[in-house]
Design a protein around this ligand. Structure first.
Ligand code: ISL
Ligand code: CA
Length: 528
């Protein structure tokens, strides 16, 4: 099945390629860069939202599910992009944002117009609490209460994100059918599936109970962390909604042409894997991001891999992620040398990897002057969404793709919406293309190598995870050895083999019973 053998490449449309000189990336820009993606060797692209939107959360506030925002182009531009991607053999996934709409969506404008409007029940309205304040203690992801009072009708509406992103009422079958119709609109056009935004937040507790306090919360951490989310996350009803979405996808699926659902789900493994059973093809596994990159040691990474592998049934296909538009850049979290090692890890684990645009250049977090901050989450609460002394907000990981040394790095002809990485004159795709020892070339080599059936489908088995070294087998044919340190290491091999790829891109050679690894080196060994 294609989605088990592909690599998904995430594009943040605002930041990939501007084609009309307004400093903001667009669909036509993405189309022009398809050859780069084909040459890189990825098999699918996922586009973050490009729907009509007031852009309060840069497209995650949708005002029309069935149209393209003029900033990004037109429906014709989308059709052309899809057609050309398909002609190159690239699948296209789009972002579905079903949990909430924009407050400017016609559904919400109707819903808020009066208490007896037929669309009133399309959103979640509640009377004020006994003290006249919000109905309960739920907090939004972006700071402050998850409730905003609508003066005109005297009730509060729920928003897990910005007040400009009211939550739809998923218990209402008419709401569900409306979202499914939007899915069909894009499936008919030919999209290969959806990355579904905040899939684990679709339903909330029907009794609207207060959430219990989080004993680990400290002042300075984000508001959302004040409570344990027993009543706003991963409610049992959600599984039924996931199943219904899967039925919609299956209406349009044929063998070899499955339309797939990739779910954004930040949950512990035992809860995460239940989404497979509900019908989600690939519930995003973010554990490397939130437990791995924060504690980059072989013992820890091996535990993250083994726990996951042990919970999957033969029907569940694994997947791995190292970065996205909500998380600091990989290269800034691990340092460049270990980012290369991490790339080798991601592309040699069992399962479908998702790669974030620019990480193939080891793009670092952008430096955003205070007067250029764009992210609403950063503007509303100090610190970042996830603490750890990380830079404020999500702009640093959303800076424009540096293509070459022409003005504005070939991204645009004017100053881009976010600043370029300061080192763009040397760190850009053209420069790395010319340098056979660049990270770009490492990624290309890895993507070609992983076409081998053992790397695609062979089972995973840990060989060693200690002493700064992580080594594992894939199928019968491969051993991958990763040096997590900046010191030389040696590893005993069970049998002889051949180094077929080093992260240093400078050796291919036979190895005997001892494999020597240089500082920050990862290698793929073909056994036998
Ligand atoms: O980044 C996070 C966890 O480390 C979250 O706070 C993240 O914002 C959340 O998981 C939801 O993300 C998704 O929905 C948001 C949107 O702002 C994000 O960009 C999107 O990925 C609301 O639609
Ligand atoms: Ca543009």
């Amino acid at each position: 099945m294609w989605w088990k053998e592909t690599v998904i490449y995430q594009i943040y449309p605002r930041s990939f390629q501007d084609s009309n000189g307004d400093g903001i990336g667009d669909l036509e820009g993405i189309r022009q860069r398809l050859p780069y993606l084909k040459d890189l060797g990825v098999g699918a692209i996922w586009l973050s939202p490009f729907y009509k939107s007031p852009m309060k959360d840069f497209g995650y506030d949708v005002a029309d599910y069935c149209d393209v925002d003029p900033i990004f182009g037109t429906l014709e531009d989308f059709d052309r992009l899809l057609r050309e991607a398909h002609a190159l053999g690239l699948k296209v996934l789009i972002d579905l944002v079903p949990n909430h709409t924009s407050d400017q969506h016609p559904w919400f404008l109707e819903s808020r117009s009066s208490r007896d409007n037929p669309k009133r029940d399309w959103y979640i309205w509640k009377d004020p609490g006994p003290d006249g304040g919000p109905p309960n203690n739920w907090q939004s992801f972006f700071g402050g209460p998850a409730w905003t009072l609508d003066e005109h009708t005297g009730q509060y509406y729920l928003h897990q994100f910005l007040p400009e992103q009211p939550d739809l009422n998923w218990r209402n079958p008419a709401v569900r059918e409306a979202i499914y119709e939007a899915m069909r609109f894009w499936l008919r056009r030919g999209v290969d599936g959806f990355r579904v935004d905040v899939l684990w937040l679709l339903a909330e507790d029907l009794l609207f109970r207060d959430e219990p306090g989080n004993p680990d919360w400290r002042p300075g951490m984000w508001d959302r962390g004040r409570h344990l989310h027993l009543f706003t996350e991963d409610q049992p009803e959600t599984y039924a909604y996931v199943r219904e979405m899967r039925y919609v996808l299956d209406e349009f699926s044929q063998p070899g042409q499955e339309r797939v659902m990739v779910g954004e789900i930040y949950l512990p493994y035992p809860q995460l894997v239940r989404y497979y059973q509900a019908g989600c093809h690939l519930p995003f596994n973010f554990h490397l991001i939130f437990r791995g990159l924060t504690d980059w040691r072989p013992e820890n990474i091996a535990r993250i891999v083994e726990e996951y592998e042990s919970l999957l049934t033969p029907w569940d296909w694994p997947n791995w992620v190292l970065g996205n538009h909500d998380q600091p850049r990989l290269a800034s979290r691990l340092g460049e040398a270990q980012a290369w090692v991490a790339a080798m890890l991601l592309f040699t684990l069992r399962g479908t990897p998702t790669w974030y645009y620019g990480d193939e250049l080891a793009l670092p977090n952008g430096e955003i002057p205070p007067d250029r901050i764009q992210d609403p989450a950063a503007l509303r609460q100090k610190g970042r969404l996830g603490e750890h002394g990380l830079p404020p907000g999500r702009d640093p990981e959303r800076t424009p793709m540096p293509w070459d040394t022409s003005p504005y790095a070939g991204f645009s002809t004017v100053e881009p919406w976010l600043p370029l990485n300061p080192d763009w004159p040397v760190r850009n795709a053209a420069a790395q293309e010319k340098d056979p020892k660049s990270m770009l070339h490492l990624v290309k080599h890895l993507l070609r190598l992983r076409q081998d059936p053992d790397l695609l489908h062979g089972r995973y088995r840990t060989h060693q995870a200690a002493n700064g070294l992580y080594a594992y087998f894939r199928g019968e044919g491969f051993l991958i050895a990763l040096n997590f340190t900046d010191r030389e290491k040696a590893l005993d091999l069970p049998q002889e083999g051949r180094v077929v790829l080093s992260t240093h891109l400078d050796r291919e050679e036979a190895v005997g019973n001892t494999l020597r690894l240089r500082p920050d080196e990862g290698v793929v060994v073909r056994l036998g």
